[in-house]
Design a protein around this ligand. Sequence first.
Ligand SMILES: Nc1ncnc2c1ncn2[C@@H]1O[C@H](COP(=O)(O)OP(=O)(O)OP(=O)(O)O)[C@@H](O)[C@H]1O
Length: 359
Amino acid sequence: MARLTIKSVSKSFGTSHAVRDVSLHVEDAELVCLLGPSGSGKSTLLRMIGGFEAPTAGSILIDGKDVTAMPPERRPTGMVFQSHALWTHMDVFNNIAFGLRLRRLPKAEIEERVEQALTLVGLTDYGKRMTTQLSGGQQQRVALARSLVLEPKILLLDEPFASLDQHLRERLREEVRDIQQRLGITTLFVTHGQDEALALADRIVVMRDGCTEQIAPPDRIYREPQTEFVAGFIGSMNFIKTTVKAGWSQHAAFSLPVAVQDGEIVLAVRPEALSLVEAKGKGAGIVHRSIDFGTHKIVEIDLVDGIRLKVMTQGNSDWTTGTLVDPVPAAFRAFRENRLVYESAPLSARQNDRAFGHA
Ligand SMILES: Nc1ncnc2c1ncn2[C@@H]1O[C@H](COP(=O)(O)OP(=O)(O)OP(=O)(O)O)[C@@H](O)[C@H]1O
């Protein structure tokens, strides 16, 4: 059980600023996902926590103790990398036992702990196999067991399943979540897969250009994105660039009440927050095509100004290509220079009427 505190940590490589002034507190037994595009600084941040990189500025504390200058082997952390880096000349048992032998534990205890670790990752009876005789998923399980057997207070996982196929990846991440909860181990998990982060995390840290854009539980990241970047990075989102004048957005299809100063904004509406009505007049858009996903349909609408909207529909509604339609938002957010400037309450029927010229 351990708490992790990161205080204003930065890391530069020459003129490249990989991590910029990141602060984060991770609670006991919490699973936090670092999520962001390639090059956003996720791995660098994780490596600094593990002691594999030294911060240029800031400090890292585990249970209140400053570990910033401590070498990796003395930190109470265990790291699992994307490429498993198992020793191919050793069998599974010896791969896992290696760290325990370095600690000069008695033979019987080593055997017992390796067996327990193998059971934990679902590889009982695999001790005698050479690692080259294992599938990719089994190799990652061994890598995980090799970390867990040392009973780290904090587990650091750097895209551990990135090289596996989707089905296996989903299974292993559920297993990791299971093990993490059973052991109550504080965990940081680096991924650039939003589904992985949404499925696994107690909290998500969205990173961009070395900075944290938002730190919040998955449902808040999805429902209450604080920046345009987060809104677009997680889940599907429609963005509509427009201007505001006297409290109303000036877009032909989205004339909406937006209580901000006049100027440019970007409206963001989720596909599930949009519905369609057949146009009474010429309509704001035309149905391009409808894609059936079984559980729902995505109807693509081309607006007059060239924007293609995605609208999620359920039930039997059929929207055939060429139908003239008006999109009706139930809720939306507005951003200016990446920052959230306005969040609508669910729109009333009257506002919708005004918005679509039916009043
Ligand atoms: N050893 C290094 N020397 C120089 N630059 C580095 C080094 N390590 C990382 N960087 C740079 O720091 C930035 C952040 O890299 P990092 O690997 O932390 O990103 P990431 O979000 O983990 O990316 P990915 O998802 O591709 O692994 C990148 O611009 C990268 O090129």
